[in-house]
Design a protein around this ligand. Structure first.
Ligand code: SF4
Ligand code: SF4
Length: 389
């Protein structure tokens, strides 16, 4: 006689999902409209209907260790068509937010990023570190009278002393979290790294071209907004590394000319980032009735990114205008925002970049998703088909 399947709901998990932005999950009555309208869900075991029932039943292991929650690109076409207003797009976003905490290392930082009450001390840490360093540097270096030079205000070595360990910490935290994530998706064993890297090569062009975002029908503008954010961010990341090389290795001095190619790239990237953020924020507001306003994680991430771009631009504008006090204040705020973005990256919405990329690579590896146009796929490297449903 076949054994019955005993469902053991995790009531606490359901509550957590509701608090993380999935407060509408109980409204779902399993009509499956969402899975039909989702433009990127595969025909085989489509999402997000099955994820909705797992969320309602509190089946944490099934939901969190499921790559499909990451294959969803949050276009909210499903939420627009859901006859019950269950907002499946937001429920999947809440499940992804839960993942950041679940796989986080160290755990306390995962919990802190999820808790609004922790926000003051999360900002206070970099604020205190940079204030201390500015105090230590005071009087040791000074710019020529009338000139505003950020590296004289806070020497590059001091900045490096904060950001190099911060970057190393974020990399280690990401590696630990992603290893746990891959192991769980793969049913308890780590899939071969070589296979995942091969699949990563297949999915990177899809991510860089944003092909999946193009398939959304309800929020088409989101494609341009997301593209602006991605390339703006990548541009600023390249600029940060180039400036590191120019100042630390070649001992070049700031400020750089506005016509310097690195400066041009920095300014264009900041504008792309601000433009992309404006589109995404406007889109969020426009679709608030059908898709929801977004989660705390979404807003925190978007506002910190906006903070990085605006404080960077204003510190430059104030420097050009010769207003030293405001230029240095904006630069100080800029450093705080950058620290927040990178030090807490493995525990914030920033992590979706790494988790979604990993899930897409894993999906390609198990043959769950075709990374390029159907029929052109280079194929997956595993015999296993479908998700773990
Ligand atoms: S989330 Fe909405 S559309 Fe999807 S199955 Fe539930 S009720 Fe139907
Ligand atoms: S939000 Fe978009 S991608 Fe995600 S499940 Fe809904 S329709 Fe599909």
């Amino acid at each position: 006689m076949a054994k019955g399947y005993v469902v053991e709901p995790d009531v606490g998990f359901v509550r957590d999902l509701q608090e993380l932005g999935g407060d509408t999950l109980k409204k779902c009555y399993q009509c499956a409209t969402c899975s039909v309208v989702c433009p990127i869900s595969p025909d085989d075991k489509p999402f997000p209907r099955k994820e909705m029932i797992w969320a309602q039943w509190g089946l944490k292991d099934k939901l969190i260790g499921n790559p499909d929650i990451w294959l969803c690109h949050n276009c909210n076409d499903c939420s627009a068509y859901c006859p019950r207003g269950a907002k499946p797009g937001e429920v999947l976003a809440a499940a992804r937010n839960y993942s950041f905490q679940y796989y986080a290392w160290p755990k306390f930082l995962g919990k802190a990023l999820a808790n609004k009450k922790s926000l003051p001390w999360l900002f206070a840490i970099p604020a205190a570190i940079f204030l201390f360093l500015i105090f230590m540097a005071y009087g040791k270096t000074s710019a020529e009278p009338g000139k505003i030079v950020f590296s004289k205000f806070l020497p590059v070595l001091y900045v490096d002393a904060v950001f190099i360990p911060t970057a190393l910490f974020a990399i280690v935290a990401f590696v630990i979290g992603l290893k746990k994530f891959l192991t769980e998706m793969n049913g308890g064993t780590m899939p071969p790294v070589g296979g995942i890297l091969k699949s990563l090569k297949n999915v990177l062009p899809v991510i860089l071209k944003h092909d999946k975002f193009k398939e959304c029908t309800e929020n088409k503008d989101r494609y341009y907004g997301h593209l602006g954010i991605l390339y703006g961010f990548l541009g600023l990341f390249v600029v940060t590394n180039l400036v590191f090389v120019m100042m630390d290795i070649f001992h070049m001095e700031d400020p750089f000319s506005l016509l310097n190619p690195v400066k041009i790239l920095a300014n264009l990237s900041a504008l792309a980032l601000i433009g992309g953020l404006a589109v995404v924020l406007y889109n969020r507001w426009k679709t608030r009735e059908t898709s929801g306003l977004g989660t705390y994680y979404d807003w925190l991430f978007l506002l910190v990114l906006l903070g990085v771009a605006l404080t960077g631009i204003f510190s430059e504008l104030m420097r050009l205008a010769g207003i030293g006090a405001l230029a240095y204040l904006c630069y100080y705020l800029h450093l705080i925002c950058i620290f927040f973005l990178f030090a807490y990256a493995p525990f914030s919405k920033f992590a979706h970049l790494a988790y979604r990329t990993t899930a897409m690579a894993y999906a390609d590896y198990v043959g769950r998703e075709l990374p390029v146009e159907e029929g052109e796929s280079e194929g997956s490297s595993s015999e296993e088909e479908g998700s773990k449903e």
